[in-house]
Design a binder for this molecule. Sequence first.
Ligand SMILES: NC(=O)c1ccc[n+]([C@@H]2O[C@H](COP(=O)([O-])OP(=O)(O)OC[C@H]3O[C@@H](n4cnc5c(N)ncnc54)[C@H](OP(=O)(O)O)[C@@H]3O)[C@@H](O)[C@H]2O)c1
Length: 335
Amino acid sequence: MGIEPVRLGIVSTAGINRLVIPPAKSSSRIDLVAVASRDAKRASEYAGEWEIGRSYGTYEELLADPGVEALYISLPNHEHVPWTLRALEAGKHVLCEKPLTRHPAEIETVWGLAESRGLVVCEAFMWRHNPQTKRFAELVAEGAIGELQFVRSLFSFAMSDPATNVRMKPELDGGSLMDVGTYCVSGIRLLAGEPETVYGEQVPGGEGVDVRFSGLMRYESGVRGLFYSSFESPSRKELEAIGSEGVLRLRDPWHAWRGGIELQRDEEAESERIEVETGDSYQLELEDFARAIRGEKQPLLGRADALGQARALAALYISAEEEKPVDLSELDREV
Ligand SMILES: NC(=O)c1ccc[n+]([C@@H]2O[C@H](COP(=O)([O-])OP(=O)(O)OC[C@H]3O[C@@H](n4cnc5c(N)ncnc54)[C@H](OP(=O)(O)O)[C@@H]3O)[C@@H](O)[C@H]2O)c1
Protein backbone atom coordinates (compact mmCIF):
# COMPACT_ATOMS: atom_id res chain seq x y z
CA MET A 1 0.00 0.00 0.00
CA GLY A 2 1.32 3.44 -0.93
CA ILE A 3 1.88 6.32 1.44
CA GLU A 4 -1.21 8.41 2.08
CA PRO A 5 -1.05 11.68 0.11
CA VAL A 6 -1.00 14.95 2.04
CA ARG A 7 -4.36 16.75 1.88
CA LEU A 8 -3.37 20.24 0.77
CA GLY A 9 -5.23 23.55 0.64
CA ILE A 10 -4.12 26.73 -1.14
CA VAL A 11 -4.39 30.13 0.52
CA SER A 12 -5.22 32.62 -2.30
CA THR A 13 -5.73 32.56 -6.03
CA ALA A 14 -2.26 34.03 -6.70
CA GLY A 15 -0.63 33.99 -10.11
CA ILE A 16 2.15 31.67 -8.91
CA ASN A 17 -0.40 28.92 -8.19
CA ARG A 18 -0.51 28.09 -11.90
CA LEU A 19 3.00 26.60 -11.58
CA VAL A 20 2.17 24.74 -8.37
CA ILE A 21 -1.28 23.29 -9.05
CA PRO A 22 -0.39 21.06 -12.07
CA PRO A 23 2.51 19.30 -10.29
CA ALA A 24 0.41 19.04 -7.12
CA LYS A 25 -2.30 17.31 -9.13
CA SER A 26 0.07 14.96 -10.88
CA SER A 27 1.94 13.95 -7.72
CA SER A 28 0.85 10.82 -5.86
CA ARG A 29 2.13 12.47 -2.66
CA ILE A 30 -0.34 15.36 -2.75
CA ASP A 31 -4.13 15.50 -2.72
CA LEU A 32 -5.16 19.07 -3.56
CA VAL A 33 -8.52 19.34 -1.81
CA ALA A 34 -9.36 23.02 -1.28
CA VAL A 35 -8.65 26.64 -2.18
CA ALA A 36 -9.55 29.91 -0.45
CA SER A 37 -9.80 33.47 -1.67
CA ARG A 38 -10.88 36.73 -0.04
CA ASP A 39 -13.84 36.55 -2.40
CA ALA A 40 -16.23 33.57 -2.42
CA LYS A 41 -17.15 33.90 -6.11
CA ARG A 42 -13.49 34.09 -7.14
CA ALA A 43 -12.71 31.06 -5.00
CA SER A 44 -15.57 29.05 -6.46
CA GLU A 45 -14.73 29.95 -10.06
CA TYR A 46 -11.07 29.18 -9.42
CA ALA A 47 -11.92 25.80 -7.90
CA GLY A 48 -14.05 25.08 -10.98
CA GLU A 49 -11.30 26.10 -13.40
CA TRP A 50 -8.61 24.01 -11.64
CA GLU A 51 -10.94 21.17 -10.60
CA ILE A 52 -10.35 21.59 -6.86
CA GLY A 53 -13.03 19.99 -4.68
CA ARG A 54 -13.79 22.66 -2.08
CA SER A 55 -13.60 26.46 -2.14
CA TYR A 56 -13.89 29.07 0.60
CA GLY A 57 -14.57 32.82 0.53
CA THR A 58 -12.28 33.49 3.48
CA TYR A 59 -8.87 32.12 4.43
CA GLU A 60 -10.20 31.48 7.96
CA GLU A 61 -12.70 28.89 6.64
CA LEU A 62 -9.92 26.99 4.90
CA LEU A 63 -7.87 26.97 8.10
CA ALA A 64 -10.87 25.52 9.93
CA ASP A 65 -11.37 22.66 7.40
CA PRO A 66 -10.54 19.44 9.29
CA GLY A 67 -9.99 17.66 5.97
CA VAL A 68 -6.97 19.86 5.20
CA GLU A 69 -3.63 18.84 6.73
CA ALA A 70 -1.31 21.33 5.09
CA LEU A 71 -1.43 24.73 3.42
CA TYR A 72 0.46 26.32 0.57
CA ILE A 73 0.53 30.07 1.26
CA SER A 74 0.99 32.21 -1.84
CA LEU A 75 -0.03 35.56 -0.40
CA PRO A 76 1.84 38.85 -0.90
CA ASN A 77 4.97 39.04 1.25
CA HIS A 78 3.54 41.07 4.16
CA GLU A 79 0.95 38.32 4.83
CA HIS A 80 3.43 35.41 4.89
CA VAL A 81 4.22 35.38 8.61
CA PRO A 82 0.76 36.35 9.93
CA TRP A 83 -0.96 33.60 7.93
CA THR A 84 1.79 31.05 8.58
CA LEU A 85 1.31 31.62 12.32
CA ARG A 86 -2.47 31.36 12.02
CA ALA A 87 -2.18 28.18 9.99
CA LEU A 88 0.19 26.63 12.53
CA GLU A 89 -2.18 27.66 15.34
CA ALA A 90 -4.91 25.82 13.42
CA GLY A 91 -2.72 22.68 13.37
CA LYS A 92 -1.76 22.80 9.68
CA HIS A 93 1.68 22.20 8.17
CA VAL A 94 2.81 25.14 6.04
CA LEU A 95 4.67 25.61 2.77
CA CYS A 96 4.98 29.39 2.47
CA GLU A 97 6.14 31.29 -0.59
CA LYS A 98 9.49 33.02 -0.52
CA PRO A 99 10.63 35.15 1.12
CA LEU A 100 8.96 34.01 4.31
CA THR A 101 10.21 37.22 5.94
CA ARG A 102 13.09 39.69 6.03
CA HIS A 103 12.94 39.76 9.84
CA PRO A 104 15.11 37.11 11.56
CA ALA A 105 13.13 37.42 14.82
CA GLU A 106 10.02 36.23 12.94
CA ILE A 107 11.84 33.07 11.82
CA GLU A 108 12.38 32.19 15.46
CA THR A 109 8.69 32.83 16.22
CA VAL A 110 7.48 30.72 13.28
CA TRP A 111 9.77 27.73 13.94
CA GLY A 112 9.26 28.03 17.69
CA LEU A 113 5.53 27.58 17.16
CA ALA A 114 5.88 24.86 14.51
CA GLU A 115 8.29 22.80 16.59
CA SER A 116 6.15 23.14 19.72
CA ARG A 117 3.19 21.76 17.73
CA GLY A 118 5.13 19.08 15.86
CA LEU A 119 4.32 20.70 12.52
CA VAL A 120 6.41 21.13 9.37
CA VAL A 121 7.06 24.59 7.96
CA CYS A 122 9.07 25.23 4.79
CA GLU A 123 10.08 28.35 2.88
CA ALA A 124 9.26 27.77 -0.79
CA PHE A 125 12.60 28.32 -2.55
CA MET A 126 11.70 25.91 -5.34
CA TRP A 127 15.04 26.33 -7.15
CA ARG A 128 16.86 24.62 -4.29
CA HIS A 129 14.92 21.40 -4.97
CA ASN A 130 16.09 20.98 -8.55
CA PRO A 131 18.78 18.30 -9.08
CA GLN A 132 20.81 20.74 -11.19
CA THR A 133 21.11 23.05 -8.17
CA LYS A 134 22.36 20.20 -6.01
CA ARG A 135 24.89 19.11 -8.66
CA PHE A 136 26.12 22.68 -9.15
CA ALA A 137 26.76 23.12 -5.43
CA GLU A 138 28.47 19.70 -5.27
CA LEU A 139 30.79 20.59 -8.15
CA VAL A 140 31.83 23.81 -6.41
CA ALA A 141 32.32 22.00 -3.08
CA GLU A 142 34.28 19.15 -4.76
CA GLY A 143 36.77 21.67 -6.16
CA ALA A 144 35.79 21.41 -9.84
CA ILE A 145 36.89 25.04 -10.25
CA GLY A 146 39.62 24.99 -7.60
CA GLU A 147 39.16 27.33 -4.69
CA LEU A 148 35.96 29.38 -4.78
CA GLN A 149 36.73 33.09 -5.13
CA PHE A 150 33.65 34.88 -6.41
CA VAL A 151 29.93 34.28 -6.97
CA ARG A 152 27.95 36.42 -9.37
CA SER A 153 24.19 36.30 -9.34
CA LEU A 154 21.42 38.09 -11.25
CA PHE A 155 17.65 38.05 -11.43
CA SER A 156 15.95 40.91 -13.26
CA PHE A 157 12.96 41.53 -15.50
CA ALA A 158 11.02 44.43 -16.98
CA MET A 159 7.72 44.65 -15.10
CA SER A 160 4.75 45.15 -17.41
CA ASP A 161 2.16 46.15 -14.76
CA PRO A 162 3.89 48.38 -12.17
CA ALA A 163 0.67 50.25 -11.30
CA THR A 164 -1.06 47.14 -9.96
CA ASN A 165 1.71 44.66 -9.18
CA VAL A 166 1.97 43.63 -5.49
CA ARG A 167 5.77 43.83 -5.84
CA MET A 168 5.59 47.64 -6.20
CA LYS A 169 3.75 48.22 -2.93
CA PRO A 170 5.83 49.00 0.16
CA GLU A 171 2.93 48.17 2.52
CA LEU A 172 2.83 44.64 0.99
CA ASP A 173 6.60 44.23 1.58
CA GLY A 174 7.37 44.56 -2.11
CA GLY A 175 10.72 45.45 -3.67
CA SER A 176 13.15 43.77 -6.01
CA LEU A 177 15.38 42.36 -3.26
CA MET A 178 12.37 40.73 -1.59
CA ASP A 179 11.03 39.40 -4.88
CA VAL A 180 13.91 38.33 -7.13
CA GLY A 181 17.07 39.46 -5.33
CA THR A 182 16.18 36.97 -2.62
CA TYR A 183 17.07 34.16 -5.10
CA CYS A 184 20.45 35.77 -5.73
CA VAL A 185 21.11 35.92 -1.99
CA SER A 186 19.99 32.30 -1.65
CA GLY A 187 22.37 31.34 -4.51
CA ILE A 188 25.39 33.05 -2.99
CA ARG A 189 24.59 31.55 0.42
CA LEU A 190 24.28 28.06 -1.05
CA LEU A 191 27.78 28.24 -2.50
CA ALA A 192 29.61 30.42 0.02
CA GLY A 193 27.63 30.16 3.26
CA GLU A 194 26.58 32.95 5.60
CA PRO A 195 28.38 36.25 4.90
CA GLU A 196 30.34 38.19 7.51
CA THR A 197 29.39 41.61 6.13
CA VAL A 198 27.12 42.88 3.39
CA TYR A 199 26.80 46.11 1.46
CA GLY A 200 23.63 47.06 -0.42
CA GLU A 201 22.52 49.88 -2.66
CA GLN A 202 18.95 50.44 -3.77
CA VAL A 203 17.27 52.53 -6.43
CA PRO A 204 13.85 53.57 -5.11
CA GLY A 205 10.84 53.74 -7.37
CA GLY A 206 7.08 53.38 -7.60
CA GLU A 207 5.42 54.09 -4.27
CA GLY A 208 8.67 53.60 -2.37
CA VAL A 209 10.15 50.15 -3.00
CA ASP A 210 13.61 49.23 -4.28
CA VAL A 211 13.03 48.75 -8.00
CA ARG A 212 16.73 47.91 -8.35
CA PHE A 213 19.05 46.50 -5.71
CA SER A 214 22.78 45.73 -5.93
CA GLY A 215 24.50 43.83 -3.18
CA LEU A 216 27.93 42.67 -2.13
CA MET A 217 28.34 39.78 0.33
CA ARG A 218 31.77 39.46 1.95
CA TYR A 219 33.40 36.42 3.56
CA GLU A 220 36.38 36.16 5.90
CA SER A 221 37.84 33.54 3.54
CA GLY A 222 38.15 36.25 0.87
CA VAL A 223 35.18 34.98 -1.17
CA ARG A 224 32.90 37.73 -2.49
CA GLY A 225 29.32 37.44 -3.74
CA LEU A 226 27.90 40.14 -5.98
CA PHE A 227 24.28 40.33 -7.11
CA TYR A 228 21.79 42.51 -8.95
CA SER A 229 18.00 42.43 -8.89
CA SER A 230 15.66 44.68 -10.83
CA PHE A 231 12.07 45.26 -11.97
CA GLU A 232 13.12 47.54 -14.82
CA SER A 233 15.92 45.75 -16.67
CA PRO A 234 16.05 43.13 -19.40
CA SER A 235 15.42 39.60 -18.20
CA ARG A 236 18.59 38.13 -16.67
CA LYS A 237 18.80 34.96 -14.62
CA GLU A 238 22.34 33.98 -13.77
CA LEU A 239 24.40 32.16 -11.17
CA GLU A 240 28.13 31.91 -11.78
CA ALA A 241 30.89 30.63 -9.53
CA ILE A 242 34.47 31.71 -10.25
CA GLY A 243 37.29 29.67 -8.77
CA SER A 244 41.06 29.59 -8.96
CA GLU A 245 40.90 27.03 -11.80
CA GLY A 246 37.74 27.77 -13.72
CA VAL A 247 34.19 29.00 -13.92
CA LEU A 248 30.90 27.15 -13.40
CA ARG A 249 27.62 28.58 -14.68
CA LEU A 250 24.02 27.48 -14.22
CA ARG A 251 22.18 28.38 -17.42
CA ASP A 252 18.72 28.89 -15.97
CA PRO A 253 19.39 28.80 -12.23
CA TRP A 254 16.05 29.79 -10.73
CA HIS A 255 13.57 27.87 -12.89
CA ALA A 256 15.73 25.24 -14.60
CA TRP A 257 13.43 25.31 -17.62
CA ARG A 258 16.53 25.42 -19.87
CA GLY A 259 18.62 23.34 -17.54
CA GLY A 260 22.33 22.70 -17.70
CA ILE A 261 25.66 23.49 -16.14
CA GLU A 262 28.60 24.99 -18.05
CA LEU A 263 32.22 24.55 -16.98
CA GLN A 264 34.94 26.73 -18.44
CA ARG A 265 38.55 26.15 -17.48
CA ASP A 266 40.24 28.16 -20.17
CA GLU A 267 39.17 31.45 -21.73
CA GLU A 268 40.15 30.23 -25.19
CA ALA A 269 38.38 26.87 -24.96
CA GLU A 270 34.71 26.15 -25.54
CA SER A 271 32.86 25.72 -22.29
CA GLU A 272 32.11 22.14 -21.38
CA ARG A 273 28.48 21.28 -20.84
CA ILE A 274 27.74 19.07 -17.87
CA GLU A 275 24.52 17.19 -18.42
CA VAL A 276 22.34 16.97 -15.36
CA GLU A 277 18.95 15.62 -14.63
CA THR A 278 16.47 18.47 -14.13
CA GLY A 279 12.83 18.06 -13.12
CA ASP A 280 9.88 20.16 -12.06
CA SER A 281 11.19 22.19 -9.12
CA TYR A 282 7.66 22.88 -7.84
CA GLN A 283 6.78 19.17 -7.79
CA LEU A 284 10.06 18.31 -6.06
CA GLU A 285 9.40 21.04 -3.50
CA LEU A 286 5.87 19.75 -2.81
CA GLU A 287 7.10 16.18 -2.48
CA ASP A 288 9.91 17.20 -0.11
CA PHE A 289 7.24 18.94 2.00
CA ALA A 290 4.97 15.87 1.89
CA ARG A 291 7.79 13.50 2.86
CA ALA A 292 8.69 15.71 5.81
CA ILE A 293 5.04 15.73 6.93
CA ARG A 294 4.93 11.91 6.75
CA GLY A 295 8.15 11.76 8.82
CA GLU A 296 10.25 10.20 6.05
CA LYS A 297 12.92 12.92 6.07
CA GLN A 298 13.78 16.37 7.30
CA PRO A 299 12.70 19.08 4.86
CA LEU A 300 15.50 20.27 2.56
CA LEU A 301 15.01 23.85 3.75
CA GLY A 302 14.49 24.24 7.47
CA ARG A 303 14.89 26.79 10.20
CA ALA A 304 18.65 27.37 9.77
CA ASP A 305 18.36 28.18 6.09
CA ALA A 306 15.38 30.49 6.62
CA LEU A 307 17.22 32.27 9.42
CA GLY A 308 20.37 32.74 7.33
CA GLN A 309 18.29 34.10 4.47
CA ALA A 310 16.33 36.53 6.66
CA ARG A 311 19.53 37.75 8.35
CA ALA A 312 21.15 38.46 5.00
CA LEU A 313 18.04 40.30 3.70
CA ALA A 314 17.72 42.33 6.89
CA ALA A 315 21.38 43.33 6.81
CA LEU A 316 21.22 44.26 3.11
CA TYR A 317 18.22 46.53 3.63
CA ILE A 318 19.85 48.18 6.67
CA SER A 319 23.03 48.68 4.66
CA ALA A 320 21.13 50.29 1.78
CA GLU A 321 19.27 52.61 4.16
CA GLU A 322 22.37 53.59 6.16
CA GLU A 323 24.64 53.65 3.10
CA LYS A 324 27.39 51.64 4.79
CA PRO A 325 28.43 47.99 5.14
CA VAL A 326 26.68 45.98 7.85
CA ASP A 327 28.45 43.37 9.96
CA LEU A 328 26.05 40.46 10.50
CA SER A 329 27.51 39.66 13.91
CA GLU A 330 26.22 43.04 15.06
CA LEU A 331 22.71 42.54 13.69
CA ASP A 332 20.21 43.25 16.43
CA ARG A 333 18.43 40.07 17.51
CA GLU A 334 15.12 41.95 17.47
CA VAL A 335 15.33 42.94 13.77
N1 LIG B 1 8.39 30.49 -6.21
C1 LIG B 1 8.10 31.18 -7.32
O1 LIG B 1 8.44 30.77 -8.43
C2 LIG B 1 7.31 32.44 -7.21
C3 LIG B 1 6.92 33.10 -8.37
C4 LIG B 1 6.08 34.22 -8.25
C5 LIG B 1 5.71 34.67 -7.00
N2 LIG B 1 6.15 34.02 -5.88
C6 LIG B 1 5.76 34.50 -4.54
O2 LIG B 1 4.38 34.19 -4.39
C7 LIG B 1 3.72 35.22 -3.68
C8 LIG B 1 2.56 35.73 -4.51
O3 LIG B 1 3.06 36.30 -5.70
P1 LIG B 1 2.12 36.42 -7.00
O4 LIG B 1 2.88 37.12 -8.03
O5 LIG B 1 1.59 35.08 -7.33
O6 LIG B 1 1.01 37.38 -6.44
P2 LIG B 1 -0.43 37.77 -7.02
O7 LIG B 1 -0.68 37.10 -8.33
O8 LIG B 1 -0.54 39.24 -6.95
O9 LIG B 1 -1.42 37.08 -5.99
C9 LIG B 1 -1.44 37.36 -4.63
C10 LIG B 1 -2.76 36.83 -4.08
O10 LIG B 1 -2.81 37.12 -2.70
C11 LIG B 1 -4.14 37.43 -2.32
N3 LIG B 1 -4.08 38.68 -1.54
C12 LIG B 1 -4.32 38.80 -0.21
N4 LIG B 1 -4.15 40.05 0.21
C13 LIG B 1 -3.83 40.78 -0.88
C14 LIG B 1 -3.55 42.15 -1.09
N5 LIG B 1 -3.57 43.03 -0.08
N6 LIG B 1 -3.25 42.56 -2.34
C15 LIG B 1 -3.20 41.68 -3.36
N7 LIG B 1 -3.46 40.36 -3.22
C16 LIG B 1 -3.77 39.91 -1.99
C17 LIG B 1 -4.98 37.50 -3.58
O11 LIG B 1 -5.74 36.31 -3.64
P3 LIG B 1 -7.32 36.28 -3.33
O12 LIG B 1 -7.87 37.52 -3.96
O13 LIG B 1 -7.74 35.05 -3.98
O14 LIG B 1 -7.50 36.26 -1.86
C18 LIG B 1 -3.97 37.48 -4.71
O15 LIG B 1 -4.42 36.74 -5.81
C19 LIG B 1 4.80 36.27 -3.38
O16 LIG B 1 5.28 36.09 -2.08
C20 LIG B 1 5.91 35.98 -4.38
O17 LIG B 1 7.18 36.31 -3.88
C21 LIG B 1 6.92 32.91 -5.98
